[in-house]
Design a protein around this ligand. Structure first.
Ligand code: FES
Ligand SMILES: [Fe+2]
Length: 381
């Protein structure tokens, strides 16, 4: 799990007038809106004696802890300690971490890290042009990948040779040989376009089966992925006129759970009565992937590529691994084992931007990170 990244914390409609708990990178956060609907994201753990803030109430734009009523404003500073009365000056250390937050595409994006605004990457809101666009009919979905590691899951969706074997509706075993085409590396990820044999007409069902030409030979799939929010955009050009666009972001909840937030746009069968059928088809494919990924061994991506036998068609997965390694070397990779082991007696929080400016005087520790190679070399000198 990586910090200093944007992740989707919830959908907009999940955060109403009540605080909402969300878990990301193995840590709990609370989201709430004040009276003017301004959104905030704080660490969910009260710095007094560990109360779960999401069980508290929003009072005058602050969140009040359910245990002893301490009130924290949107910046995470405590502004009221009821047991000490009104005439005290609140110690600065009575504060918790507060995180940058944005609402776009009906999703709540939180910057999980301590980078200053100027250094933060852009939110990958690539799907925006498809929303409210009469050319496209859009359906949304959310899915929780239980018992799956986020890296294994991301690798699976970048793997363009598995559909022939895993997906009964859009895979084809007629010609599973992958065409090797160059991968384009982007600032935060990679993209590739591949043609592959179209599934047999008999594999399709429902209205799309009647729509597609029976003698269709190939289908064109382009995939672009970014480490930012673990975003992925997939274009499935079934014919030159019939295209489906899938966009999803994946939030690591903890080491073995991932939440995805997705959109499906289509330029065919645009009438609302086809929505249920299209989403049902998508969930069928999601479940096929889930069944493969949850049983992979080891559960997490291997620590060395030599412990698996990668071939040329695994290029996108390799690009993903290299990008994760790059981020690990920047000191952004959460040590999930230490978090789980020591988390029973310690509260760990993700460092927020306020810590980078003012690192002293915080009650809670920051999440253990796997030391970068550079830092290890420096310590050894
Ligand atoms: S634990 Fe939150 S006010 Fe005491
Ligand atoms: Fe798949």
């Amino acid at each position: 799990m990586l910090i200093n990244n944007w992740y989707v914390a919830a959908t907009s409609d999940e955060v109403t007038d009540k605080p909402h708990r969300t878990r990301m990178v193995g840590v709990d956060f609370v989201l709430f809106r004040d009276e003017s609907e301004t959104l905030y994201c704080l660490s969910d753990v009260c710095c007094h004696r560990g109360g779960a803030l999401h069980r508290g109430e929003v009072v005058g734009g602050c969140i009040a802890c359910p245990y002893h009523g301490w009130e924290f404003n949107g910046e995470g500073q405590c502004v009221k300690i009821p047991a000490m009365g009104d005439d005290i000056s609140i110690p600065k250390r009575a504060r918790i971490d507060s995180y940058p937050i944005e609402e776009r595409m009906g999703l709540i994006w939180v910057f999980v890290g301590d980078q200053a605004e100027a250094d933060r990457p852009e939110i990958p809101d690539w799907f925006q042009p498809y929303l409210d666009n009469p050319e496209w009919r859009v359906s949304r979905y959310n899915y929780e990948w239980t018992d799956c590691n986020w890296e294994r899951l991301c690798e699976n969706s970048l793997d363009t040779s598995h559909p022939s074997f895993v997906h009964k509706r859009f895979g084809s075993r007629i010609s599973p040989k992958a065409t090797i085409v160059p991968i384009e590396h982007t600032e935060h990820g990679a993209k590739v376009t591949r043609e592959r044999a179209a599934p047999a007409a008999s594999q399709k069902r429902g209205a799309i089966a009647d729509l597609l030409p029976k003698d269709r030979k190939t289908t064109r799939v382009s995939v672009e992925w970014s480490m930012i929010a673990n975003a992925e955009m997939l274009f499935q050009e079934m014919t030159t006129e019939i295209t489906q666009v899938l966009f999803s972001v994946r939030t690591p909840v903890d080491d073995t759970t991932v939440r995805s937030y997705g959109f499906q746009a289509r330029n065919f069968l645009k009438e609302p009565e086809h929505d249920a059928d299209r989403i049902e088809g998508l969930f069928e494919a999601v479940k096929e992937d889930h069944d493969i990924v949850r049983l992979l061994k080891p559960k997490h991506t291997v620590t060395s590529n030599a412990r698996e036998m990668l071939i040329e068609s695994d290029g996108m997965e390799l690009a993903f691994r290299n990008k994760v390694a790059e981020w690990r070397n920047l000191g952004r990779y959460v040590d999930g084992d230490a978090l789980e082991r020591d988390g029973k007696r310690e509260v760990f929080v993700v460092p927020s931007p306020a810590r980078a400016v003012d690192p002293k005087g915080w009650v809670h520790q920051t999440v253990p990170l796997i030391a970068s190679n550079a830092a290890v070399a420096e310590a050894a000198e």
